[in-house]
Write a protein that binds this ligand. Structure first.
Ligand code: NCD
Ligand code: ZN
Length: 344
């Protein structure tokens, strides 16, 4: 097979940043995709409907001419989010989910939630009005090893959360472990997960053997090989609970190549092709469409795109760097050769 036509995919988890950065990130996010779930971890975070509306306008101002791409906005939950804000978010028509960051878990999460119990009324309201909860599923306790933070989150918080709110639609974001795959598989139809290209393509050896590669550092951190294999199996299975979410998260080169480097990988220079590479290697290209273009809309009760995209088997070399925010960033898999290319 030398070409593959699929329904236009969507990206159910991405970071665009703001202001000058949008000049790079918005056209990149629209490359091949129909819709994108826009993460709200700005400084200050997108905690209100009014902030989300203003951010959406700044994003749309950078959308390429003739592009049909749509930003789907997200509200950032804090200890002080009110049930009224959730209702307003549901009614506004452009907010598609609320994001739970444990305070301090990752980039710009300082205003995140300190204790899930503080969100009781908010979660009840989300369940009642049918608002999706997008979870950064890691504990932040100092005594928990960074490689265990996702698995511990499941046992310490997620099982009881699902029991308390049995009708709440929950997306376990950017899953990285066999335990997360098993948890999602054992849950009802209201529990799903997104999977990133970096967690499918790499394990922690790629990041740490033979020298430290800061451009592979993201959160949740890459795990060992058996977890990578579990994620590949889940993504390529066709199961409706797993869908595409790149977590493309740009940082300028200097912020990553640093004594205390930032977490996040930028993948929108070649997002759908990076996934195609994984599916091809797994002998599962026939499952790419359901993962990239159908399972996400089904979970969010949205229609599939009426457009399609064409991927061609055509070796091409990824750029070494991408201009970004008056500087540059090093994209995921920089300089490597991919076998599939989006036909634009
Ligand atoms: C993200 C970022 O840079 O905003 N970083 C990351 O490593 N994934 C935040 C996040 O999604 O955790
Ligand atoms: Zn993210």
């Amino acid at each position: 097979m030398d070409q593959l036509s699929i329904i236009q995919p969507d990206d159910w988890h991405l970071h665009l940043r703001d202001d000058e950065a949008l000049k790079t990130t918005v056209p990149a996010a629209a490359r091949g995709f129909g819709r994108g779930i826009i993460m709200p971890n700005l400084t200050p975070p997108t905690t209100t409907v009014a902030r989300a509306a203003a951010y959406r306008e700044r994003i749309l101002a950078q959308r390429p001419k003739n592009s049909n791409w749509q930003p789907l906005m997200v509200l950032y939950l804090t200890d002080n989010t009110s049930p009224d804000e959730i209702r307003a978010a549901k009614e506004c028509g452009f907010i598609y989910g609320c994001k739970y960051y444990p305070a301090g878990a990752t980039t710009n999460s300082d205003s995140g939630v300190t204790d899930l119990n503080k969100l009781h009324e908010v979660l009840e309201t989300m369940q009642e009005v049918g608002m999706v909860l997008q979870l950064h599923g890691e504990v932040t306790s100092d005594d928990t090893d960074i490689f265990d933070r996702e698995a511990v989150f499941i046992e310490r918080h997620l099982r009881s959360l699902v029991q308390h709110y049995p009708r709440l639609n929950i997306i376990f974001e950017h899953i990285t472990t066999q335990q997360a795959v098993d948890f999602v598989l054992s849950g009802g139809d209201n529990i799903a997960a997104t999977i990133t290209p970096q967690h499918l393509l790499y394990n922690r050896n790629h990041m740490l053997v033979g020298g430290i590669r800061p451009h592979l550092f993201c959160l949740p951190i890459l795990k060992r090989d058996i977890h990578q294999q579990a994620l590949i199996a889940a993504a390529t299975s066709g199961n409706k609970k797993f869908f595409l979410g790149t977590d493309s998260a740009p940082h300028i080169q200097g912020r990553k190549e640093s004594a205390c480097g930032c977490a996040g990988c930028f993948s929108h220079h070649a997002a759908i092709e990076l996934y195609a590479e994984v599916f091809d290697q797994a002998g599962a290209l026939d499952k790419l469409e359901v993962f990239a273009s159908k399972n996400g809309p089904d979970f969010y009760s949205l229609p599939y795109s009426s457009h399609s995209i064409l991927l061609k088997r055509e070796p091409w070399q990824l750029p070494m760097a991408v201009a970004f925010d008056n500087s540059q960033l090093i994209p995921l898999a920089a300089g490597t050769t991919l076998n599939w290319k989006l036909s634009l």
